[in-house]
Write a protein that binds this ligand. Structure first.
Ligand code: AMP
Ligand code: ZN
Length: 134
């Protein structure tokens, strides 16, 4: 994965504003932050998306997110926090190296994240439940 920019950043070949680093991860500030303190958790080993992430990394990433969340709350005094993780172009993923967005939120920060709520009947929900479980 010699051309992957997040591999290069995660492994220190390209400088970044690093908030935290250990054997598995580097946490950096996003270059185009949605809000003040928007950070990305990058695994050092290349995995294109959640589908490719080893279980060990998948487990560790949320523990690290929790630790970073506390730092964001303590140091940035944010009022809330969104975790966002895009997989695939259709979902808005622009860099094909797994990353977890941590977006601190502030009252009246003017940022709009989210989705348009849809509608579904009980029958439709049941059909989906069957499709996914039977
Ligand atoms: P996604 O759309 O989920 O793939 O998010 C990619 C994120 O990476 C965006 O929020 C970009 O602003 C951010 N980004 C891209 N290149 C860099 C870079 N060199 N350093 C820091 N953040 C970056
Ligand atoms: Zn990579």
């Amino acid at each position: 994965m010699s051309e992957c920019i997040f591999c290069k950043i995660a492994n220190g070949e390209i400088p970044s504003k690093t908030l935290y680093e250990d054997e598995l991860f580097r946490v950096i500030l996003d270059l185009n932050p949605a809000t003040r303190g928007h950070a990305l958790i990058l695994p050092k080993a290349h995995a294109a998306s959640l589908y490719d992430l080893p279980d060990e990394t998948a487990e560790a990433v949320l523990v690290l997110a929790k630790r970073m969340a506390q730092i964001m709350s303590d140091r940035l005094c944010c009022d809330g926090l969104n975790l966002i993780q895009n997989n695939g172009e259709a979902a808005g993923q622009t860099v094909s190296h797994f990353h977890l967005h941590m977006i601190p939120r502030y009252v009246n920060d003017g940022q709009t994240l989210g989705w348009v709520p849809g509608e579904a009947t009980q029958e439709e929900l049941e059909e989906i439940r069957r499709e996914m479980t039977e």
